[in-house]
Design a protein around this ligand. Structure first.
Ligand SMILES: CC(C)(COP(=O)(O)OP(=O)(O)OC[C@H]1O[C@@H](n2cnc3c(N)ncnc32)[C@H](O)[C@@H]1OP(=O)(O)O)[C@@H](O)C(=O)NCCC(=O)NCCS
Length: 172
């Protein structure tokens, strides 16, 4: 499917069409919603400048989600990305529910993708420059330190840091 860069006015209209309570979406600058993406946006959501939403799957943002600058998220039809209520995403985070298939014998660029859903729970805080890989499940209240790469599961209220992200302690 052809990706298109749409103008700022259209972007705002697209985002507004996706929210359940249309008066409470704050888009703080130019964002890109590529063709084919399905967005489901709760109320009272803030999206920082530079966000890019792409893929052909469902991206769901709960109520009171705040996403800071330069967020990039890809969701495939067979998986999807959900972000729970009251979660804060720091600047320059990258979330992708898919990997390229990489069997030996043909170039990766000509192979398909393999996808697993990503779930980021309620009340989480994702620090700056975090990458979240396919299949990641970040349970409610977890904190992910700046620069982490999340693979697999992070328990509720854990504080996890590093590459790959490991729990160093729990919120008290
Ligand atoms: C994760 C974080 C919240 C932890 O804060 P904290 O509870 O004060 O934790 P501490 O500083 O006691 O760190 C605990 C351990 O994790 C390490 N650590 C903390 N943050 C880390 C990070 N981002 N990457 C790698 N290691 C980190 C510390 O060095 C320490 O290790 P040690 O026990 O071996 O000394 C904080 O370090 C962080 O990354 N904040 C993100 C800030 C940000 O990106 N803001 C964007 C605006 S929303």
């Amino acid at each position: 499917m052809k990706n298109v860069r749409r103008n700022k006015k259209n972007q705002a209209q697209i985002l507004k069409a996706c929210i359940k309570t249309p008066n409470h979406l704050e888009v703080r600058g130019p964002v890109e919603v590529r063709q084919g993406v399905h967005l489901d946006i709760g109320s009272n959501v803030i999206i920082g400048p530079g966000a890019v939403f792409y893929g052909d799957g469902l991206i769901s943002l709960g109520n009171n989600v705040q996403i800071l600058d330069d967020f990039m998220v890809f969701a495939s039809k067979s998986a999807g990305v959900s972000i729970g209520d009251n979660t804060l995403i720091g600047p320059r985070c990258y979330v992708n529910d898919s990997d390229h298939e990489k069997a030996l014998g043909s170039d990766i660029i000509s192979q398909g993708i393999v996808s697993s859903p990503i779930s980021i729970g309620k009340g989480c805080w994702i620090g700056a420059n975090v990458t979240i890989l396919r299949g990641a499940i970040i349970h409610d209240g977890a904190v992910i330190g700046a620069g982490a790469v999340v693979k697999g599961e992070i328990p509720a209220n854990a504080i996890a840091v590093g590459v790959p992200a490991k729990v160093v302690k729990y919120r008290e």
